[in-house]
Design a protein around this ligand. Structure first.
Ligand code: G1P
Length: 290
């Protein structure tokens, strides 16, 4: 069985739910506590053994490439001022030579199309997909948990989490057939089912391990929910010929794609940082009393 070495990060989305903040800053670079959302996502990938990150970008996303490069003036300033701890942190996060690729999705045709744009760089091996809207705070990280499952059962793995039944229309939803603890085999999946029609309350949570045969199905470029080319639709088709498992990961999910989610992420992750927890708690409690 081939190991999971590469990950696709679709980062072409416009971030309209958090405008105007995303007018000139890609939403994936919005700060959560003291680092961009992408920093958490790449750290999760590296911890899971990812050796190559493929960013599917779009127009006005150039700052993402710059984030993962040296900022020579800044580093010189920090060095001159003796700020070695933060300098080390910045340098530790830089990719190794050749560890990152950037490919453009030139039209916003959907998540399935974005993933398909990475096909040549992924080639003929299993790969992960990490949706950077969602920070998952898990120990081990959500993708590490998925890789662990993949190493046991192979095939394709989709991370899921339980959501209230009335929210299922916002997500891809899986139909589990046999449930064994956190792991389930599946009989189907559907993207954004209309209210009242979801096959379960297990939503697809933005972490996947997929086999390269998905690209052949994505190539058909058929449109689905929202008139977009949906990854879920091609996964549902691939399920006819390959194994798929859903895994309910352990960890806190922060959807950073909207205002309240971003706020939750900032508060929740500050409360988890030993050096910030007491101050964050005091600030939140004071605001709640005001
Ligand atoms: C995408 C996927 C959906 C998944 C969701 C998780 O939807 O298509 O299956 O449940 O991410 O965040 P989007 O949020 O891009 O509409």
């Amino acid at each position: 069985m081939k190991p999971v070495r590469k990950a696709v990060l679709p980062v072409a989305g416009l971030g309209t739910r958090v405008l105007p903040g995303t007018k000139t800053t890609p939403k994936e670079l919005l700060n959560v506590v003291d680092r961009p959302i992408l920093s958490y996502i790449v750290a999760e990938g590296r911890a899971a053994g990812i050796e190559h990150f493929v960013f599917v970008t779009g127009r006005s996303k150039g700052a993402i490439e710059d984030y993962f490069d040296h900022q020579v003036e800044l580093e010189a300033q920090l060095e001159a001022k003796g700020k070695t701890a933060i300098l080390k942190q910045l340098r530790d996060e830089l990719p190794k030579a050749g560890e990152m690729s950037f490919v453009r999705q030139m039209q916003p045709l959907g998540l399935g199309h974005a993933v398909w744009c990475a096909r040549d760089i992924i080639g003929d091996e299993p790969f992960a997909v990490l949706l950077p809207d969602v920070i998952i705070d898990g120990e081990p990280g959500a993708l590490s948990q998925l890789v662990d499952v993949y190493n046991r059962v192979g095939g394709n793995i989709v991370a899921v989490e339980q959501v209230p039944m009335e929210d299922t229309h916002k997500y891809g939803v899986v139909a589990p057939s046999k449930i064994d603890g956190r792991l389930a085999t599946m009989s189907g999946m559907v993207e954004k089912p209309p209210q009242g029609t979801a096959p379960s309350n297990l939503s697809i949570a933005g972490r996947y391990i997929l086999q390269p045969e998905i690209f052949g199905l994505l190539a058909a470029q058929e449109k689905g929910a929202g008139n977009e080319i949906q990854l879920t639709d091609s996964m549902a088709r691939l399920m006819g010929v390959q194994d798929f498992h859903a895994y309910e990961y352990e960890g806190a999910t922060y959807d950073c794609g909207d205002k309240i989610g971003l706020l939750r992420a900032n508060v929740g992750l500050a409360l988890k940082r030993p050096e910030l927890a007491a101050g964050a708690r005091a600030a939140v409690e004071a605001l709640l009393k005001a």
